[in-house]
Design a protein around this ligand. Structure first.
Ligand SMILES: Nc1ncnc2c1ncn2[C@@H]1O[C@H](COP(=O)(O)OP(=O)(O)OP(=O)(O)O)[C@@H](O)[C@H]1O
Ligand SMILES: [Mg+2]
Length: 345
């Protein structure tokens, strides 16, 4: 794990007061192969493992066959997996790596070539589980000539929900996915992002315990993506279990507790996101408002203790953060022209 040390106020005491030459707000020290300042937080992550397993794949594989039963494509090699209640689990992998195939197997929509998929301890093909499961397929399949309210009403009927409950849930879900203004428009007029949103609302109509979302952020702009990610995190807060797939790394990094990385139908990595991303031989120290003299002093200390490849600099934000900042800024101050492109020019 990396170790972060953040100081919000300018330090006093051993650090001499100084003057900023380049106005750095936050200094970041990165020390490669530095002293071992790590602590084991992975134990805390593992403590959650006594929660109920609600999805399990045992030796689960899929080979698509042609009309004559000849083996055509090995889409998923034998997979073992357990997903626990309340987790956000990400299936990550490039196009054609087997994400959709895995989801369909877990939903019992296709039959495995070997092994089994269990949901709530029962075989995935058992239809009684359907009331507890929601699914957003990767391709839209909703009726184009219905509007958002009619769509949700239709799916509510499939679950035998009484009219008042259908209306109440449809209104709540339409508000939740941000479609209140467009709820009377036919879906054929919807943009890709709006179609994704109504798809999510449909997947949640039966208030499922487990939601499978196949590429929930596909077709969404950065704001829509952020909102979708917040929505998924919100589902977790409501106690739902979410399995989502994506080939966009940033999507799964932000929201998933654990991920499985698939490549050519094979499980390549499985674990907690923070464990998989942790660079254990690098120590990071961050401080806000540090005078330059103090920076030099800290650097000297790190050198004295054998820190190698010491980097000192200001951290960068992500492109996503920058994009959101620009859009928010523009909405707050309409008519404002482009920002200065090169801030340091
Ligand atoms: N019905 C099918 N018949 C034959 N091969 C199939 C079928 N469905 C999928 N495949 C093949 O199985 C492999 C895995 O496909 P899958 O749709 O699971 O990938 P994916 O990871 O979801 O990809 P993407 O990111 O493009 O959605 C691919 O090589 C694909 O061509
Ligand atoms: Mg897919």
């Amino acid at each position: 794990m990396h170790f972060s040390w953040v100081v919000n106020d300018p330090p006093s005491g051993p650090f001499p007061a100084g003057h900023f030459s380049i106005q750095p707000e936050v200094f970041r020290f990165v020390v490669h192969e530095g002293p071992n300042l790590t602590m084991d937080a992975s134990a805390a992550g593992r403590a959650a493992d006594d929660r109920e397993v609600i999805v399990a794949a045992r030796n689960l594989s899929k080979t698509y066959r042609d009309f004559w039963g000849r083996s055509k494509k090995v889409a998923l090699k034998p997979l073992d997996l357990e997903i626990r209640r309340g987790e956000i689990f990400g299936l990550l992998g490039p196009n054609g790596s087997g994400k959709t195939t895995t989801m369909k197997l877990l939903l019992g929509l296709i039959f495995p070539s070997s092994g089994e998929a269990l949901l709530f301890g029962r075989d995935a093909t058992d239809v009684t589980k359907n009331e507890r499961v929601g699914y957003l397929p990767e391709e839209t399949y909703l009726y184009k000539f219905l509007d958002a309210e009619e769509t949700l009403d239709f799916y509510g009927r499939l679950f035998d929900m009484p009219p008042e409950e259908r209306k109440r849930r449809a209104d709540a879900l339409i508000a939740m996915v941000g479609l209140s203004r467009d709820k009377k428009r036919q879906l054929r007029e919807y943009s890709k992002g709006m179609t994704r949103r109504i798809g999510i609302a449909q997947a949640l109509i039966n208030d499922p315990e487990l939601v499978l979302l196949d590429e929930p952020t596909s077709g969404l702009d950065p704001i829509g993506t952020r909102e979708m990610k917040d929505l998924i995190i919100d589902l977790k807060k409501r106690g739902k279990t979410v399995i989502m797939s994506s080939h966009l790394l940033a999507d799964v990094e932000d929201v998933c507790d654990r991920i499985a990385v698939l490549h050519q139908g094979e499980l390549k990595e499985l674990g907690r996101v923070e464990d998989l991303l942790r660079v254990t031989d690098v120590t990071q120290i961050r401080a806000r408002g540090l005078p330059s003299a103090a920076v030099e002093e800290v650097r000297a200390v790190l050198q004295r203790h054998g820190g190698a490849d010491i980097e000192v600099g200001n951290p960068t934000t992500t492109l996503e953060e920058l994009f959101l900042e620009v859009v928010r800024d523009t909405e707050a101050r309409p008519g404002r022209r482009a920002r200065q492109a090169d801030r340091n020019a």
